[in-house]
Design a binder for this molecule. Structure first.
Ligand code: T1G
Length: 703
């Protein structure tokens, strides 16, 4: 067989001989997903590799990464042979060394292909992982059975149950990678394969090997610790059981169980919701007018105005990402306090193992405190994070307009205010937009990017790219009070206040949502944020909340005063119901002539959830959100919406807009509360018997 001869020519997978080593290379942009055509190409290559002219095989990929998994878009469709397991078995059965040459991210099915090889080599920057659990699945092509056999069950448990990737260097230490290849990866892999042949190195079919001896008590302890973070999702515990099977069952039985578990999970609602979330996050990055050829402005230096909770968290996000940040507060005491909190938070993360000491030191070295406003002069982006007051923000943006260099992106972290009004005080409204972070800003991943009327496309692109670099999930929203997330929360808040006065207790209000899977209920959230914060916002907006005002006047500001809607013991965040609050609510209801009644859990839950969905329908109708799935991303990443429910709009479609409209009409009729009436858009969807997603796909609300 001649050199460089194509043995199997396929637009996606090709093979060539380099000496007596068969090199198989797939080229299926963007991530070499193992779709049907790729699997067929690989399977044909495995057959071709049986030739006596072939001494060894290297499996590699072109483009930016080794196979990054099965093609998630194929799930739910009729399977097409060859299945991935069949492909992997074909390579594993070869009686000659097979080497995986990994670059980029070998994830899911991609790593499973590599585990079907005898050896694995990788570029220094490569990562490997089995992230299926993040899609509500488990590795379905032998990953749960082969990885424990390679590195041990306890070592395999973390990566499989959390889905977190392993950098190549660490993977080599764990024994998952045999060699790090500097320079040309395929060349290095061929040389590695040739040496295996020369040394008559043993073949290592993992399916024929037992896992290293496992201390089952240690395994169970490690599993229990990992599962404490599974937030009620099904897949993590199923993954842990599959790994346990790798050390308690023969390979064939373990594989049978893995298949059984996979089929159960892939058809379940949780995985459908989590796969929806995966694509929704990527759809959110597609913004009209911000096409691929729009270039982001380079952000080599950032300034953050305000050293409070938000300013400090924002500073940390970008300093950790390697961007030099000057944090500016004209009050030196506030600046000093802010810097101390930043250091304390970094060290706490380091103590938890989230960052190494070197990473913390590097991040801190990126932060320059200043009380001199002129230090904005050389920034490429300024993020204002001062108190939520329009006059103050206008004054600041006037000063920024005078001091910042041309082209500097001017962003406000406002959580509700009109970005166009702020932009209008500058001579450069095209450079102005909102970047709404969520507290704690160094932890929460959501970033609402508020597009002003005049915001330039490259400014939007810049904010989206730098937001992603800072570990955020950016979603572009329009200008209105509260944008998307908070506006929907305000609609829910109106129902919270009414339900309390009409007869529901704080425990019943919060319980209806925590039972659904929300991280915490609205009143627990108020106690955590501080009832004084809500009170100040009401002073600004004129919103009415007699119970909240009364609690504030009683000095009950929430967790910070160990009393708000609930009581809190010293050093505890556990809410304790307080009969004094129940009595206060009853008193206010009486003063307002409201006859209290028993309200069942279904009504409490539906009024809270469906009032948010009704507001979301208005937001879509007004074009404030580009698509329903953007609203899902906002709630999944910014408001603790349960990942297994896919977000408010995915959930709304699962119960149908028709059902939601019907229930809202019943509650509006029964309570006389017209705010509960379905908005025209929701009523139309109900009338047509369609869903938010289908209507957006039909283009009536899509971007
Ligand atoms: N299938 C289909 N499309 C995918 C995909 C996949 N596995 N991964 C990415 N894409 C698309 C994505 O939607 C986007 O499309 C484009 O590729 C770029 O992605 C049997 C069952 C690899 C780290 O979970 O983590 O294997 O928006 O924007 O930021 O056991 O993509 O351009 O049209 O994310 O550079 C397991 C999922 C699957 C990995 C790259 N694998 N992907 O990140 O680019 S299940 C995963 C990622 C499985 C087996 C099981 C990331 C990335 P579009 P991107 P990126």
């Amino acid at each position: 067989m001649s050199r460089e001869e194509k043995l199997v020519s396929d637009p996606i997978s090709s093979t060539r001989m380099v000496g007596r080593v068969l090199v198989v290379e797939s080229d299926n942009p963007p991530v070499n997903a193992l779709g049907h055509a790729v699997r067929k190409g690989l399977h044909d290559a495995a057959k071709a590799a049986e030739s006596p002219d072939v001494d060894a095989v290297v499996i590699a990929c072109k483009g930016r990464t080794f196979h990054a998994g099965a093609d998630i878009r194929e799930f739910g469709k009729p399977p097409q042979a060859p299945g991935l397991g069949e492909v992997i078995d074909a390579f594993e059965a070869l009686q000659k060394p097979v080497v995986a040459a990994i670059h980029g991210t070998a994830l899911g099915g991609g790593l499973e292909v590599a585990l079907g090889c005898d050896y694995r080599v990788a570029a220094p920057s490569a990562k490997i992982g089995l992230p299926e659990v993040k899609l509500g699945l488990l590795p379905g092509a032998g990953g749960t059975q082969r990885l424990p056999r390679l590195i041990g069950a306890v070592a395999a448990l973390g990566p499989i149950v959390t889905g977190e990737p392993i950098p190549a260097k660490k993977a080599k230490e764990m024994g998952a990678i045999d060699e790090i290849i500097e320079g040309d990866l395929v060349e290095g892999a061929v040389a590695f394969a040739r040496k295996l042949v020369a040394d008559k190195a043993p073949l290592r079919p993992l399916s024929k090997m037992d896992a290293p001896k496992t201390d089952m008590a240690a395994f169970d302890e490690a599993a229990a610790k990992l599962l404490r973070r599974s937030r009620g999702l099904k897949a993590p515990s199923v993954n842990a059981q599959a790994v346990k099977n790798a050390v308690t069952l023969p390979f064939a039985e373990g594989m049978k169980k893995e298949r059984e578990y996979f089929l159960d999970l892939v058809s379940g609602e949780e995985s459908k919701a989590q796969r929806h979330a995966f694509f929704a996050e990527r759809e959110a990055a597609k913004v009209p007018g911000v096409t691929k050829d729009v270039k982001a402005r380079p952000i080599n230096k950032m300034a953050v105005l305000g050293a409070g909770t938000m300013g400090g968290g924002i500073t940390m996000s970008f300093a950790s990402a390697g961007i030099p940040v000057t944090i500016i507060d004209l009050n030196p005491e506030a600046l000093d306090r802010g810097m101390k909190i930043i250091e304390k938070n970094y060290r706490a993360t380091q103590a938890r193992g989230g960052l190494t000491e070197a990473q913390v030191d590097k991040a801190l070295a990126n932060i320059t405190p200043s009380s001199n406003f002129d230090d904005v002069a050389d920034a490429d982006m300024v993020i204002e994070a001062v108190f939520e007051n329009m006059d103050l923000k206008k004054k600041i943006f006037k000063d920024l307009d005078a001091k910042c260099k041309p082209g500097c992106v001017l962003a406000s972290n406002t959580s509700t205010l009109d970005v166009d009004e702020i932009a209008a005080v500058t001579s450069r409204p095209q450079d102005v937009l909102g970047m709404h972070f969520f507290s704690p800003a160094n932890v929460m991943r959501l970033l609402e990017i508020v597009r002003g009327d005049k915001t330039a496309p490259d400014v939007l692109k810049t904010a989206m790219e730098v937001g992603k670099k800072g570990g955020k999930v950016p979603v572009v929203v329009g200008v209105c009070y509260g944008f998307v997330g908070n506006r929907m929360l305000h609609a829910r808040g109106a129902q919270v206040r009414k339900l309390l006065l009409e007869g529901a207790s704080p425990v019943e209000v919060d319980g209806a949502l925590t039972k659904f899977g929300m991280a915490m209920g609205p009143l627990q959230m108020s106690d955590m944020a501080g009832l004084d914060v809500g009170w100040r916002i009401r002073q600004e907006t004129g919103a009415k909340d007699p119970v909240g005002d009364a609690l504030h006047e009683m000095g009950r500001h929430g967790q910070k005063t160990k009393a708000g809607y609930y009581l809190y013991e010293e050093g505890s965040r556990t809410p304790i119901p307080d009969p004094e609050v129940d009595a206060l609510i009853a008193k206010v209801a009486k003063e307002q002539g409201i006859k209290r009644r028993e309200i069942d859990e279904k009504e409490v839950f539906e009024r809270l959830m469906f009032s948010m969905i009704n507001e979301a329908a208005k937001i879509l109708d007004e074009g404030i959100a580009l698509r329903p799935s953007d609203i899902d991303v906002i709630y999944l990443y910014g408001y603790g919406f349960p990942m297994g429910k896919g977000g408010p709009m995915f959930y709304a479609d699962s119960v149908t807009p028709a059902y939601i409209a019907d229930r809202l009409n019943i509650y509006a009729d029964n309570t006389g509360d017209e705010e509960l009436r379905p908005c025209p858009y929701l009523a139309r969807l109900a009338e047509q018997g369609t869903t938010f997603a289908a209507d957006a796909a039909a283009g009536s609300k899509a971007a």
